[in-house]
Design a binder for this molecule. Structure first.
Ligand SMILES: *Cc1c(COP(=O)(O)O)cnc(C)c1O
Length: 425
């Protein structure tokens, strides 16, 4: 496999971009391949190597790399009318209506520009609405690069920042608990329930090997937050309009949060984010309320047009059925491969999300981040990932990040992928 051109580009990148990248996860060792273009379910790199792509932009590309003709032409005609205005446009109303129609917990939406901005805004909104400061998050959860959630610590205790540059004071307001641990969350609420503004969690830990909720856990979060006047925020930046189809993961699991954050899929591959919820909470945002949020690019017409047209396409075609079927085919095929090659490993995922976790024994519990941390992270990253790349399969480059099927993937692609796993494991 030739990679001279990627190597050369990375050499230049190291001089002008810290670590040669604009997001740390892309800094694959020894150096990443630079992508030249996407093609359906594949990407082609700068040296002409073609990979079957399961990173899919880390989630936004529900349909793969080629936009359907009608989506592409709407985006292009939008672009021809000028990129943005700083005044409202019809597409903002249309996409908000689409989301509110399909996600029962959402009446109103505020569009922002990234998942990080969505969770930042949701946390500020929850604090402003409840007039409380404390936030509860899950260990191993991910809510973007924001001060209040880049926190680590022991269960139920005051956390410390997980990044330099974050004042301790932020972390002091954030309590971490292990996902799927009912006892831990109940204990935190018994001790300080009346100080807690919100519990913020992904319905599935998408940035922690796609670990899903155990039966009853999301219901427990709903119950304890209700009992103590705190809000429940589902971070559906990854799962929104991917897991559970148009009703999102909250519909699939049957638990309604107070606030939802969305991003990734709803921008159709363009930068976007959103906070959604009932009017009584959402109207606490400026200009109707006192919680400030603003943005030059908020509700960007190009992102929203791409997102709306892609979601309409998904609503009118068999996108989610296809993805659920392929996901089942892939996960059950992987389970068979593991049975044969590595019976101690575990397949995770729902619908079009999937991962193989290198757990150390067959009966390893896989319920939260401590369980994933205990698996063979180095082997995954240093030996397995490169072996898959060598066979032309592009997985997300570590054991933690979820992988994604797209509407462009086929049953043949899945068979090819299973053969690659069989060889690499
Ligand atoms: C990707 C992600 C974010 C951050 O979104 P960005 O658009 O990268 O800022 C937040 N929460 C979850 C669950 C995510 O998967």
């Amino acid at each position: 496999m030739h990679d001279e051109r990627s190597r050369e580009l990375y050499d230049r990148a190291l001089s002008v971009l810290p670590g040669g990248v604009n997001s740390p996860v892309r800094a694959v060792r020894p150096y990443p391949f630079f992508v030249e273009r996407g093609d359906g379910a594949h990407v082609v790199d700068a040296d002409g190597n073609k990979y079957l792509d399961y990173a899919m932009g880390y989630g936004p590309l529900l349909l793969g790399h080629d936009l359907p003709q009608e989506v592409e032409s709407r985006v292009q005609s939008r672009l021809a009318d000028g990129p943005m205005y700083g005044a409202p446009t019809e597409v903002e109303v249309e996409l908000a209506e689409f989301i509110a129609r399909h996600v029962t917990s959402i009446e109103m939406v505020r569009f922002v520009n990234s998942g990080t901005e969505a969770t930042t805004t949701a946390v500020r909104l929850a604090r402003g609405y409840t007039d409380r400061d404390k936030l509860v998050v899950m260990q191993g959860g991910y809510h973007g690069a924001q001060e209040s959630t880049l926190v680590e610590g022991k269960s139920g205790g005051v956390g410390s920042p997980s990044s330099d540059g974050i004042p301790e004071a932020f972390a002091e307001e954030t309590i971490t608990v292990p996902f799927n641990d009912e006892g831990a969350i109940r204990e935190v609420f018994e001790e300080r329930g009346d100080e807690i503004a919100a519990v913020l969690t992904e319905p599935i830990l998408g940035n922690c090997a796609s670990v899903g909720p155990v039966e009853g856990y999301l219901e427990t979060l709903r119950e304890v937050t209700d009992d103590h006047g705190a809000l429940l925020i589902f971070d559906e930046v990854m799962t929104g309009f991917r897991v559970g189809g148009l009703q999102c993961a909250q519909g699939k699991f049957g638990v309604e949060p107070d606030l939802t954050t969305l991003a990734k899929v709803i921008g159709g591959g363009f930068p976007v984010g959103a906070v959604g919820g009932p009017a009584r909470i959402m109207e606490s945002l400026a200009p109707t309320g006192e919680v400030f949020h603003a943005g030059t690019y908020s509700g960007h017409p190009l992102s929203l047009t791409a997102g709306l047209e892609m979601l309409r396409y998904a609503a009118e075609n068999d996108v989610y059925d296809h993805l659920a079927d392929l996901g089942d085919q892939l996960r059950s095929g992987l389970a068979d491969v593991l049975e044969d090659r590595a019976p101690e490993y575990t397949v995770t995922g729902h619908d079009s999300m999937f991962k193989v976790v290198f757990t150390r024994d067959r009966d390893a519990r896989l319920a939260n981040s401590a369980d994933v941390d205990a698996a063979e992270t180095e082997r995954w990253e240093r030996l397995f990932w490169p072996a898959m790349r060598e066979q032309g399969v592009f997985l997300t480059p570590n054991q933690y990040e979820s992988q994604f099927l797209s509407y462009a993937h086929t049953e043949d692609d899945v068979e090819e992928t299973l053969a690659a796993y069989q060889n690499a494991l």
